[in-house]
Design a protein. Sequence first.
Length: 110
Amino acid sequence: MDLPPEDAKLVTLARTSRARLDVAQGAAVRDLDGRTYAAATVNLDTLTISAVDLAVAMAVSSGAKGLEAVALVTEGDVPVGLDAVIEFGGVGVTVVVADPKGTVDTVLTT
């Protein structure tokens, strides 16, 4: 599936974040100003946060006003939660889900 270049860039950023830490998920988001934020799953004894939630939190903490798109690279049947995307981004956010090789599995809109 061919993605627009901006969304393909998000998939690349998400893949890189995931691979760098060798974790189950990597994610990247693009805010309304076109800035991108990439993150990977965090699993500490005292803190667990999904890659998507962390990428959204990074956008929020940087002063973003909303989201245009999200890419999630995930391995296998790892649960995907989009609550933070929906709360912060609202309706109309493109969500791309791809496998670790970058092959797009699903494209949906919130």
